[in-house]
Design a protein around this ligand. Structure first.
Ligand code: ADP
Ligand code: MG
Length: 353
């Protein structure tokens, strides 16, 4: 990690020597590729960029294959304003009907499990779905899907990885977990906004964002500027987890992000041997919370060893509960009508049955 930090420092020094007001916005590596995003003033031409690339090659250790993307700050605006302007018109999201954050105040309660399986369930119903794993502290989607490779780029935009019809980008696909942990707050936040707005998402009915835990800088920025249509909050029935989930809900509410519902995860444990049900974290806590806050309750997922094992093996365990949660979510009037008319009809027909 110290190595990464000193390489970042050396790169920054090199960058500012060649272009004084340029900055290194993101650096990630998987040991072979070194991904860099460099922000430059608007008047920097290709020749200057080429000159900078040559200088950078002298600093980058030989075993790395550098992949450098440039982004320009608009004239007369600060970086923050520039980011806001870019994000006001994120073309990459033009054709995304619903951006839904999956959050909770706490780690380990099943955000990634819910985000991924909900996305899969909607894919099965015929919708076009994407998933952005924004959890810089523990990006688990690559492991859960068995797709840990690096995404390609068309020179301007990153191309999402396609997994069984779903479009996927994880912060874990852009480097290793250690690098993610080494990110400094502001750098991680900009990099995440880049991931959201500079990926070729194409036409999507739903884009889920698997949020990092807590209510810190990153969840705050994503809630503020992530163009969210709404949020799904995941909690275990336990009081402590619920207290944290309340904080996450508060954050969304303060930023006017509608809460589409609460999912209670790890509700009860069904013994794989005798089939007996035990309420390890209690039961019904999240449902009570939803009803007292007048919020939709989306469903209850039991604690299932097979679900954990499947996730660890990068495999999918199909459970009807995720389809039920997906169908409940689809009924929410806040959801923008999806593009895929066929899938929509299918859901309506099955509801009439
Ligand atoms: N309902 C469940 N039954 C069994 N294991 C689960 C369940 N939900 C999550 N897990 C497991 O618990 C761990 C944490 O879940 P994860 O989805 O990564 O949480 P988070 O994203 O909130 O940190 C993972 O190993 C996951 O496979
Ligand atoms: Mg997670």
């Amino acid at each position: 990690m110290a190595e990464q930090e000193s390489l970042a420092e050396a790169l920054r020094e090199c960058i500012t020597k060649v272009i004084p007001s340029a900055d290194l916005l993101m650096m990630r590596s998987d040991g072979a590729k070194l991904n860099l995003i460099i922000e430059t003033p608007p008047n920097i031409d290709k020749a200057k960029q080429q000159h900078l690339l040559e200088k950078l090659r002298a600093v980058i250790p030989d075993h790395f294959h550098p992949v450098v993307n440039f982004t320009k700050v608009k004239k007369g605006v600060s970086r923050e304003q520039a980011n806001e302007q870019i994000e006001d018109y994120p073309q990459a999201l033009n054709k995304v009907r619903n951006i839904i954050a999956v959050g909770s105040g706490k780690g380990g309660v099943g955000k990634s499990t819910v985000a991924l399986n909900l996305a899969w369930a909607l894919c099965d119903l015929g919708y076009r779905v994407g998933l952005l794993d924004a959890d810089v502290y523990g990006p688990s989607i690559p492991k859960m899907t068995g797709h840990a490779g690096q995404p390609d780029s068309d020179g301007k935009m990153m191309l999402p990885i396609e997994v069984e019809g779903m479009k996927l980008i994880s912060i874990g696909n852009i480097g290793d977990e250690q690098t993610a942990a080494a990110w400094r707050g502001p750098m991680a936040t900009s990099a995440l906004m880049q991931l959201l707005t500079r990926v070729c998402w194409g036409e999507l009915d739903f884009l889920f964002i698997d949020m990092p835990p807590g209510t810190g800088d990153i969840p705050l920025t994503l809630a503020q500027r992530g163009h969210l249509s709404g949020a799904v909050v995941v909690s275990t029935p336990q009081d402590l987890a619920l207290a944290d989930a309340r904080k996450a809900m508060d954050l969304f509410r303060r930023l006017s992000v509608p809460i589409l519902g609460i999912v209670e995860n790890m509700s009860s444990f069904i013994c794989p041997h005798c089939g007996e049900e035990s309420a390890i974290f209690g039961i019904g806590g999240a449902e009570e919370e939803a009803s007292s806050l007048n919020m939709p309750f989306l469903g209850r997922i039991p604690l299932l060893q097979d679900l954990r094992v499947a996730a660890d093996c990068g495999e999918r365990l199909e459970l009807t509960v995720f389809e039920q949660i997906a169908r409940t979510l689809l009924k929410n009037p806040i959801i923008n009508p999806p593009f895929s008319g066929e899938a929509d009809q299918e859901v309506q027909q099955s509801e009439q049955r």
